[in-house]
Design a protein around this ligand. Structure first.
Ligand code: 4NP
Length: 163
C-alpha cells in the first residue's frame, strides 16, 4: 500500500536571508543533504527579503564553499519572499534577527508559517544569528557553512521527531 503525503502535514521549509545569494542558499543546500540522509518528505527552498539579486546565481564565494563541501549550488537562482510563501511553507526560517523582523512585518494575516531563527533550533545557540559574510573575506563563508550545517542538522532532527 502506498501512502501519499498529506499536503497539510508535510513540512515545507523556506530559508530567508537578505540577498538570497550567500546564507540562505547555503542553508538550503545543507538542509537538502540532511533531508536526503534522513529520508524525510520535506519541501525546501530559499529566498531573500531584498530584491537586488533576483534571478542571480549565488555569490561565487558561496558557490565555492559549497563546492569545497561536495555540493553544486550554481543552478540556484535568487528570488524575493512573497506573501504566499507564508501560506505555502510550514516553517519560514530567518538567518538573522533583522531578517526575522522583516518577515514578521511581511507575514499576512492568513499565513500559517512558524517563524524562527535557524540557530534557535540548535540547543545552546538560541537567538544567535548566522552572521552576514557578504562584506567579509572567504574565511567568513566557512563559518557560514559550519553554522548553517549545524542548524540544518538540528532542524532535520526536530522534523524527524515530528516536533
Ligand atoms: P545574504 O548576503 O543575505 O546572506 O545573501 C548578502 C547579499 C547581498 C547583500 C547583503 C547581504 N547586499 O547588500 O547586496
Amino acid at each position: 500500500m502506498s501512502v501519499k503525503p498529506n499536503p497539510l502535514t508535510t513540512p515545507a521549509v523556506l530559508f530567508v536571508c537578505l540577498g538570497n545569494i550567500c546564507r540562505s542558499p547555503l542553508a538550503e543546500a545543507a538542509f537538502r543533504v540532511e533531508v536526503e540522509k534522513s529520508g524525510l518528505a520535506v519541501a525546501v527552498d530559499s529566498a531573500g527579503t531584498g530584491d537586488w539579486h533576483i534571478g542571480r546565481a549565488p555569490d561565487t564565494r558561496a558557490q565555492a564553499v559549497a563546492q569545497r563541501n561536495g555540493l553544486d549550488i550554481s543552478g540556484y537562482r535568487a528570488r524575493q519572499v512573497t506573501a504566499d510563501d507564508f501560506r505555502r511553507f510550514t516553517h519560514v526560517i530567518a538567518l538573522d534577527e533583522s531578517n526575522l523582523t522583516n518577515l514578521r512585518a511581511l507575514m499576512p494575516a492568513d499565513g500559517i508559517a512558524e517563524l524562527s531563527l535557524l540557530l534557535d533550533h540548535v540547543a545552546g545557540r538560541e537567538g544567535q544569528p548566522v552572521a552576514d559574510p557578504y562584506y567579509g573575506d572567504e574565511a567568513g563563508f566557512d563559518i557560514t557553512w559550519a553554522d548553517v550545517t549545524e542548524g540544518a542538522r538540528a532542524l532535520a532532527a526536530r522534523l524527524a521527531r515530528g516536533a
